[in-house]
Design a binder for this molecule. Structure first.
Ligand SMILES: [Zn+2]
Ligand SMILES: [Zn+2]
Length: 251
């Protein structure tokens, strides 16, 4: 058990657990949940109309058939993207708690929310769910890949097999401070299909799973690799999408 998890377990013994997002009290009857009803009802959704391919909001007065600037640079293999919430409070608290604070149990609830997202027609017959792999260094540090935990929960809810088809072939430094074109260069060739698993992909539509969609460059690189190994198409499903202009509240 890692030190942070041990500390948290001790903490749980001493104090009743509050909501992961606001710290508020959760009544006993709902003790299995990590998020309070108020926070759950405040999860920010993206406004309509949205781009049919990537679901980025198009802004009022625009029609859904107009071209979206957000996904034009995506490779063809990444057919579409869907996300449950906008990366704003309190959804961002959940993302942070799962990724950096060791709240792996949160993935159950977050993955179920992702399974409820309405998929485009070609993705409804998806054959498998594939998590975006993290780097070996991050896996060692964190002890788990949050995308894989989300994919497992989502796949269970959708009754789909989860297959860890992809591996990270090189590190790829953090993407946070990079310009979109730099992000693409940073992750280009960063993924490979694991030995022996290409047959699982042949002719299959894949649901690629990650926690957050930012520019789509990571998903684009992963989708390109999946298509190269024979996947017929890829739909990215994430828990949240970073939409700076549509933030509903400050962090
Ligand atoms: Zn709360
Ligand atoms: Zn788009």
């Amino acid at each position: 058990m890692r030190a942070t998890e041990l500390a948290r377990s001790l903490f749980d013994l001493l104090l009743p657990r509050g909501c992961v997002a606001c710290g508020g009290w959760i009544p006993d009857a709902r003790a299995s949940s990590l998020v309070c009803d108020r926070c759950r009802s405040r999860m920010p959704r993206a406004p309509w109309p949205r781009c049919p391919r990537c679901h980025h909001p198009l802004g009022t007065g625009r029609r859904s058939e107009e071209t979206c600037r957000e996904c034009t640079a995506w490779p063809k293999a990444l057919r579409s993207a869907r996300y449950a919430y906008v990366l704003g409070a309190p959804a961002d608290d959940l993302v942070h708690a799962l990724k950096y604070e060791g709240w792996r149990e949160l993935a159950d609830e977050m993955g179920r929310a992702m399974a409820d997202v309405l998929l485009p027609a070609d993705a409804r017959s998806a054959a498998l769910a594939v998590p975006v792999p993290t780097t070996a260094a991050r896996l060692r540090r964190r002890g788990y890949n949050q995308a894989e935990l989300l994919a497992r929960s989502m796949a269970r809810a959708l009754d789909l097999p989860l297959v860890t088809v992809l591996e990270r072939t090189r590190g790829g430094s953090t993407q946070v401070a990079l310009h979109p074109s730099q992000r693409r260069a940073n992750v280009k060739g960063a993924f490979a299909v694991r030995r022996g698993l290409a047959p699982r992909l042949r002719g299959a539509h894949v649901l690629l799973v990650d926690d957050v969609l930012t520019t789509g460059s990571t998903a684009g690189a992963a989708a390109t690799e999946l298509a190269r190994a024979g996947a017929s198409g890829v739909t990215l499903v994430t828990f949240a999408r970073a939409l700076p202009r549509y933030r509903t509240s400050s962090v």
